[in-house]
Every structure is written in C-alpha cells, then in structure tokens.
Design a protein around this ligand. Structure first.
Ligand SMILES: [Zn+2]
Length: 322
C-alpha cells in the first residue's frame, strides 16, 4: 500500500477521501463461519445485507463517510458480505485482519510466524477465500495478555512493520491492559501513532488515558452509546462524552478517535441483549453525528477539535500520513 492511502474492501482510499471516519464498527459480529453455515439464524444473507445497507445509508446521510469494520475472521467476518454492503450503501469500509479473544484450537496452536503469514496474506491478497483485502489488523486482550494474545500481538507488529497496516486493539481499559499492549507493541517496534487503543472509554481514569495519549497512542473512545448498559463498566454515555471533553481540555484532541462498536447484527449476544442495544441506541451507526457530536459541541469542544477527532486523526492512523 502506498503512503497516504489505506486499503478499503473495494480498493485503496486516499487519506483526503476518508472524510468522517468511525474507527470501530461491525456489519456483523458472530462466531467464525456462522454467516455461511447458518444463515437461517438471521433470516438469510439477503436480509442481513439489506439491514446493514439501510443502517449505513442512514449513517452516510448523517455525515459518516468511512467505517472501519473491526470484525476479524474469528468474529464471523465474511468479506463477500462486507463488500456487497459497501457497494450497495456507498459507505467506504476498511476491513480487519488479526484476531480477537477466545481462540478455537486451530488458532490457539498457531505460531507467531504462521499468524504473521496469514495476516500478511489477508492484507495483501485477500481474505475469506476472496480477493477482498483487509486494511488494518486487530488484536485483543482483556484482564491480562495471554500467551496466545501475545503471539497475535507480535505477529501483528511484524506484519505492521512489513506492510505499514495500522493496528486496532480491544483492551480491557478497566484493567489497564491498554498500557500492557502499548509496552509490548513498542518492544516490537510499532509506532504508537499507528495504533488505536480500543475501548478506552470504558475507563474512568483520566490519568491512565492521558498517559497513553502522551505516549502517542490514539484513544479509541469507541463504545459511546453502550454506556447506557451496565455490562460496559458503569461509564454512562454522558461520562464518556465528558471524558472526551476533559481530554481535549488537556490538549489531546489530536489523540482521540470515536465510534459506536454497536454491531448491526450481533449474535455473539443473546437476542434479548441485541434488542436492548437497538432500544438504547435507536440511532445505530448514526449515533456519533446525531448525538455525540452535538453534545461535544455543547461541552465546549471546538469545530477544529471535532475535525481532528472525526477526520484528521483517523486518516493519520489509517494511512500514516500527516
Ligand atoms: Zn467491536
């Protein structure tokens, strides 16, 4: 990938064309293979695509130009579905290589070398048996970094150095694992400016977040609507938005990126929990422009700082450009 561009599922996207970016979304977050093996679970592939297209068209109408789909293979990624949704909705989508939590045996027994070769192939040739390519890599850890998660992290670091692809993390920010990830990524030669430490808005600790930002990492404030649900750690939607305003006051507007992490279809959850997500966030993927941005303006975040958060920071993270 040439400098100043990122690989979208439908082709390279120049930094200047990314526009307003949500850096952690999901068309569907299931278990690996479920979309192909059990389409009756969601009423068939066509129904899933139609629902995703409708949600993403609404987000586009509200001003979102690009989403990063943070769905790895083990989270049920299906590149044919993602590509079709991108084509029909007009939303620019950057897909993810890498791996989430809870590996199945075939993943748990893989080496760093094998994982790195797989990630590199998904980024440079195609994924899920297609020629649609991932544009970033996701890594994950929760309360600690397990030996498997450390191998994924090292493989992603190697592949980052080789390909220049950006890294997105799932961190257990209530447990401070963002700093453990940061330490390990730096040891493996990764530039903090190409890493989003995800789920940072689950933290109530402004000092922890400030330390990561001061080291040059992007803080993924990516679960903003989920504050309405207690299982996301007790930080309310308002707490999360106030935390962003506080970090901006501290001078970190250039280190913040935002998203909803509210999958359009999420059978990792029970049907009841999925219904709760829709009830507490009826705006779905349009939540950021419709709800979060107006409230951040009220909290004193300037138009220029919002442009950094929505446009300039994600472009720099994804493409390595200034
Ligand atoms: Zn997610």
């Amino acid at each position: 990938m040439s400098a100043g561009t990122v690989q979208g599922v439908l082709g390279p996207i120049a930094a200047a064309d990314l526009g307003t970016v949500l850096m952690h979304e999901h068309v569907a977050a299931a278990s690996g293979g479920v979309i192909r093996a059990w389409p009756e679970l969601f009423g068939g592939t066509e129904r899933l695509i139609a629902r995703a297209v409708a949600d993403l068209e609404a987000a586009r109408a509200a001003g979102v130009d690009t989403i990063v789909d943070a769905t790895t293979f083990d989270l049920g990624r299906d590149m044919d579905v993602i590509a079709e949704v991108a084509r029909r909705s007009g939303m620019q989508i950057v897909a993810s290589s890498g791996h989430w939590l809870m590996p199945v045996p075939t993943m748990a027994t893989r080496s760093v070398e094998q994982l790195a070769a797989w990630f590199e192939r998904e980024l440079s040739q195609g994924a899920d048996g297609t020629s649609y390519r991932a544009g970033i890599m996701k890594i994950a850890s929760e309360q600690e970094i397990t030996p498997f998660e450390a191998r994924v992290l090292e493989a992603a670091a190697r592949t980052h150095r080789q390909t220049g692809a950006a890294i997105l993390t799932h961190s257990g920010s209530r447990h401070g694992t963002g700093e453990l990830q940061a330490d390990m990524l730096e040891r493996h030669g990764v530039d903090p400016g190409r890493v989003v430490i995800g789920h940072s808005d689950d933290s109530s600790d402004v000092e922890y977040l400030s330390r990561l930002a001061a080291r040059g990492y992007y803080l993924g404030m990516d679960r903003l609507p989920n504050g309405a649900m207690p299982e996301y750690g007790g930080q309310t939607v308002e707490d999360r938005l106030q935390m962003i305003a506080t970090l901006v006051e501290r001078g970190y507007a250039n280190r913040i990126v935002v998203s909803t992490d509210d999958p359009i279809w999420a059978p990792l959850l029970t049907d009841e929990d999925q219904a709760t997500h829709v009830r507490v966030n009826p705006d779905r993927v349009a939540f950021i422009p419709r709800v979060a941005m107006p409230r951040l303006r009220e909290l004193g975040v300037s138009a220029d700082d919002l442009a950094a958060i929505m446009v300039r920071n994600p472009a720099a993270w994804l493409t390595g450009g200034a």
